[in-house]
Design a protein around this ligand. Structure first.
Ligand code: AMP
Ligand code: GLY
Length: 418
């Protein structure tokens, strides 16, 4: 089989690594890929959002399977376009990807179908939103409706902060078209858990749970990032809780999408908060999470290509999908200054030493420069490891991090401990 992976971050490197283990796969191409992916797949310089270019390339090269990993090509309908061209593509169609691309859609869906989530109001006009934050309960959460790289969410502890967030989204247009509408939500409290599930629209197969670490600094301080590390499974997600989530959240969500003519086929990400009133949905993503995938896929024991095909063929009820009971972690090494301004093109040393520690280093923002690998992004590497328990996985990953050097390298020292 020839497989095309669309995307070029740490998640896509982990997907390429998992797909490469399939005995059925002969060739992997990643577009656009990155410096690390280039070691296990051919990389082709086509933008992930270039739907037309990607489809033309996939048709020309006759791929047997296309895996569309990032949110924006899914929202742009890349899976629909691949299918229309006669290709087999893994990922939700545009009509289903809207569950991530529009927070208003997701909130309204949950309301219509009784799925537990924070109370909310949505506004497409700034005065209504500004008026609302003068009277609502504080703290309150203000979100841009559309895709904003995980940065369009403001937790506001004062009315002044809430006003400022509304203005940033709707007046300063800091998130472009994603901010034409704003969602204002009740602030929930509790530990957060991410759970991914393969679904073909009728059967659900949950993957091991995970915990992301979104803040830049130790102790969950500082601004939100794309994610500074992850552990899987989350010790807080007990089997009892998993049963409740499957019954009250996961099953109702895929039934609701099917009932509304938006069958979801792909991997659905449930961002959950475990509140004292039970688990509630913070957000849905229509794809694998980053960096959760870099931890969760370390635990997959069965062939991931079989899972993708079962989703496409709607035979998940018969598929062989297995995960180990071990623990896995991913520690993100970032460029100094991230999530603000940072410098690139810093040579990276010690990658072989890191691998010798038993870790798998997924590249997020790197590129090749002659024989060297240099930094090319805010999040640079996802240093991942598996162990019989969380402690031993953390030990391996942090030993590996200590081997890796590049100017300005920064990583959290408390992944899995908060
Ligand atoms: P989202 O992109 O919607 O998941 O939001 C990003 C982060 O903001 C989440 O992972 C939470 O930490 C936080 N967040 C989002 N919605 C809420 C909420 N209603 N209450 C408290 N925190 C929230
Ligand atoms: N880790 C959160 C996300 O992928 O959006």
């Amino acid at each position: 089989m020839k497989v095309l992976i669309v995307g070029g971050g740490g998640r896509e490197h982990a997907l390429a690594w998992a797909i490469a283990k399939s005995p059925r796969v002969e060739g992997i191409v990643c577009a656009p890929g990155n410096g690390g992916i280039a070691e296990i797949a051919a990389c082709v310089d086509i933008k992930a959002t270039d739907v037309e270019g990607m489809v033309a390339y996939a048709v020309q090269e006759r791929f047997d399977l296309v895996v569309v990993a990032p949110d924006d090509p899914l929202a742009l309908g890349m899976v629909d376009a691949m299918e229309a061209a006669g290709l087999r593509a893994f990922g939700p169609r545009q009509s289903a990807a809207v569950i991530e691309a529009s927070k208003t859609f997701a909130k309204d869906l949950m309301k219509r179908h009784g799925i537990p989530t924070a109370d909310y109001a949505a506004f497409d006009e700034i005065n209504g939103a500004l008026h609302y934050v003068e009277h609502c309960a504080i703290p309150v959460v203000v979100k841009a409706d559309g895709l904003a790289l995980g940065k369009g969410v403001f937790i506001c502890y004062t009315r002044a902060d809430a006003r400022e967030a509304v203005r940033a989204i709707m007046q300063e247009n800091r998130f472009g078209a994603a901010g034409q509408r704003v969602v204002i939500e009740e602030c929930l409290e509790g530990p957060e858990v991410s759970v991914l599930a393969f679904t073909d629209g009728k059967t659900l197969v949950p993957l091991p749970s995970a915990q992301d670490h979104k803040r830049i600094f130790d102790g969950n301080r500082g601004p939100n990032t794309g994610g500074m590390g992850a552990i899987a499974p989350s010790p807080k997600y007990t089997p009892e809780l998993a049963a409740i989530v499957e019954r009250t959240i996961m099953e109702p969500t895929i039934r609701a999408m099917e009932a509304e003519g938006r069958r979801f086929q792909g991997v659905l990400y449930f961002g959950l908060m475990l509140t004292k009133d039970g688990p509630k949905v913070l957000e849905y993503n229509a794809r694998f999470g980053d960096p959760e995938t870099q931890a969760v896929l370390m635990l997959m024991e069965s062939d991931i290509v079989e899972a993708f095909e079962a989703v496409i063929d709607r035979t998940l009820d018969r598929a062989d999908i297995r995960f180990s009971n071990d623990a896995a972690v991913c520690v993100v090494m970032a460029s100094g200054g991230y999530p603000g301004a940072y410098e690139s093109d810093k040579p990276i040393q010690g990658l072989d030493g890191a691998t010798a520690c038993g870790a798998t280093v997924f590249h997020a923002g790197t590129k090749r420069d002659g024989n060297a690998i240099v930094t090319a992004g805010g999040r640079v590497l996802g240093v991942s490891a598996k162990g019989k328990d969380l402690e031993s996985a953390l030990q391996k990953a942090y030993d590996a991090c200590a081997c890796i050097r590049f100017e300005g390298a920064f990583y959290r020292k408390d992944i899995g401990r908060v």
